[in-house]
Design a protein around this ligand. Structure first.
Ligand code: WT7
Length: 568
């Protein structure tokens, strides 16, 4: 029997207090995610149960029981406190997927500070704008990434502590740097968890929009209520499961379902900190006997590309339940996974701002391959008209996805950007910025984004950020950035550029431009192609019409360009 049981029954009786009761939480109580994910599990008698199996490069392994993650997160909390870090200070986690990242996340939350996880592959500029926006006090990082932090010190006066978790004592520490060795740090005797409550801020994840800098999505400790229940019902986590979430905690999937969801119910999880290859992944599943696997469409398409033969080299019979998030999951991927693994990947839809799953396919449900499924119980979801923002009642008519605000994990605001936060609500609905339709059976089908944001391999890229980086190069006069189709990543970044007089378009110039923007952008945002043009299409008011370029790349009808010129 699956955890969710009958969806219809759940809908009838649903209340988020179901999760509150299971977690032993009552309104007004103190509430701390760090405590829930470690201390409480130990108190429930699972001290010696494995919380984390970790594997890194060249087969290096580490494992931690729930008691060990409790103690180690206390150590990190105590150490941060000893530096003077207080509740609500922002502490950035800038590490590969090493245990210190997962445990450090809990440690930061335990002292009431705000965890700001950032993807370790970010370059100087991507890191700087996010630290600068949050005025981050401390950063936990590794030797291999500290160079990036050092380069932005002069312009980051607020950043007081650079904590290196793997300092081997060989090279001297520099300005503001300090070493923290989780293994050998003395465990604090009476560590007190900060008395956070439901609405205390917990996590700050950054996400890209169409315009402006990336926005900090502010979450609170109460988010655990939805993360716990969705992980239980949709991922169907059972006490003996070995769970694998392939996402990096630099992104919301890696925290909501790579830390909080599984650990709040005392589930053993495993983490693989090596680059992707079909062999590596299958070997990891076989070795750890993974039962529940949460991944993303780009990875699944890469596995499809690697083919069925390599699947047969491994014993993957431990797998019981597979789910996916981040981008449209094509019907073929659902059908293929059922054929080769014996279980289909079930699609889930949500975003950084929603904090937890919104539209879901879950065990026991009739799966329509290609559909995002149905709203999780407690989520009121519809599609609304693009002009009136009234719900569309006609089946299969396209509109904007809309959610009734009020589920526990919903973001509370964008960091110091209340205005943009407010602009996400229309007519009482929260609009995530995606288009979809609902079929006659109540299934949601993804159509596309409602803005120019590019979703490449599950990562959102702001065309504006890429255009701005290009414009800073001395030879670039104008730029327009759109997506183009790609077999594995679904879409990749393409830039159109006009060059200033006096410059010659050649390979050398292209190399220079690429090297220039590489320093400014995250590797995920790098254009796969630059096309040099004489002019860019513009509206009458002089705005570049990305949509026209986009349509060309995707072989879509451009339609009536006179109306295109007027709008935007
Ligand atoms: C955007 C959110 C939440 C996890 C990672 C992404 C797109 C997400 C699906 C899906 C089609 C999807 C949407 C959404 N997206 N899931 N199942 N089907 N599109 O978080 O970086 O905040 O991106 O990803 O466009 O708005 P994110």
């Amino acid at each position: 029997m699956s955890n969710i049981g009958s969806y219809e029954e759940r809908l009838k009786n649903f209340d988020w207090s179901i999760a509150e009761k299971e977690l032993g939480y009552e309104e007004g109580d103190k509430l701390n995610i760090g405590w829930y994910c470690s201390d409480r599990i130990c108190e429930m008698g699972k001290k010696d149960k494995i919380a984390l199996y970790w594997e890194g490069h060249s087969g290096k392994e580490r494992k931690f029981t729930f008691d060990e993650i409790r103690i180690d997160s206390n150590k990190i909390g105590a150490f941060l406190r000893s530096l003077g870090i207080k509740a609500e200070d922002r502490v950035c986690l800038f590490m590969d997927k090493i245990p210190e990242l997962y445990i450090g996340f809990l440690g930061v939350l335990k002292i009431g500070a705000i965890a700001q996880p950032l993807f370790s592959a970010f370059g100087d500029e991507s890191l700087h704008v996010r630290l600068d926006n949050a005025k981050t006090t401390a950063i936990l990082t590794q030797r291999k990434h500290v160079g990036k932090v050092r380069r932005l010190l002069a312009k980051s006066p607020y950043l007081k502590h650079i904590i290196i978790v793997d300092h081997d004592g060989k090279k001297p520490l520099k300005d503001r740097e300090i070493s923290f060795d989780m293994e050998n740090y003395e465990a604090p005797k009476d560590f007190e968890i900060h008395q956070t409550t439901a609405e205390s801020p917990s996590v700050l994840h950054y996400t890209s929009g169409t315009t402006g800098q990336p926005k900090g999505v502010k979450h609170v400790h109460y988010s655990i209520i939805s993360q716990y229940l969705t992980a239980k019902w949709v991922l169907d986590l059972q006490p003996d499961d070995i769970y694998w979430c392939t996402a990096d905690p630099g992104w919301v999937t890696g925290t909501s379902y790579g830390i909080i969801g599984p650990w709040s119910q005392g589930i053993t999880q495993c983490v693989l900190d090596v680059g992707f290859s079909a062999e590596n992944w299958y070997k990891f599943i076989e070795k750890n006997q993974v039962t529940v696997w949460y991944s993303a469409p780009t990875a699944i398409r890469s596995l499809m590309k690697a083919g069925e033969k390599v699947v047969q080299k491994f014993d993957l019979t431990s797998l019981r339940h597979l789910a996916s998030v981040g981008e449209p999951l094509n019907a073929e991927a659902v059908v293929w996974s059922e054929k080769v693994y014996g279980h289909p990947f079930l699609d889930t839809y949500w975003q950084t701002e929603t904090g937890s799953m919104m539209l879901t396919n879950f065990p026991g449900m009739k799966i329509k391959p290609g559909s995002m499924g149905k709203p999780f119980p407690g989520i009121t979801a519809t599609v609304v008209d693009t002009k009136t923002f009234e719900p569309i009642t006609e089946p299969s008519k396209i509109g904007l996805i809309a959610f009734k605000p009020g589920w526990p994990a919903m973001m509370r605001t964008y960091w110091e950007n209340e205005e943009t936060y407010k602009s996400k609500f229309k007519n009482g609905w929260y609009l995530p910025g995606d288009r979809a339709y609902i079929d006659q059976d109540g299934y949601f089908w993804f159509v596309g984004r409602d803005d120019d944001v590019i979703n490449t391999g599950g990562h959102l890229v702001s065309p504006f950020e890429v255009e701005s980086a290009l414009l800073e190069h001395e030879a670039v006069a104008e730029s327009a950035v759109v997506s183009k189709p790609d077999e594995v990543n679904m879409e990749v970044v393409k830039a159109f550029v006009t060059i200033k007089p006096g410059y010659e378009i050649n390979d050398m110039l292209e190399l220079k431009i690429m090297n220039f923007i590489r320093k400014k952008l995250s590797p995920l945002a790098m254009p796969q192609e630059i096309e040099y043009v004489d002019n860019l299409p513009k509206t009458r008011s002089g705005k570049i019409m990305r949509r026209l370029l986009h349509a060309k790349e995707w072989g879509e009808e451009i339609g009536d360009t006179s109306t295109l010129e007027d709008d935007e």
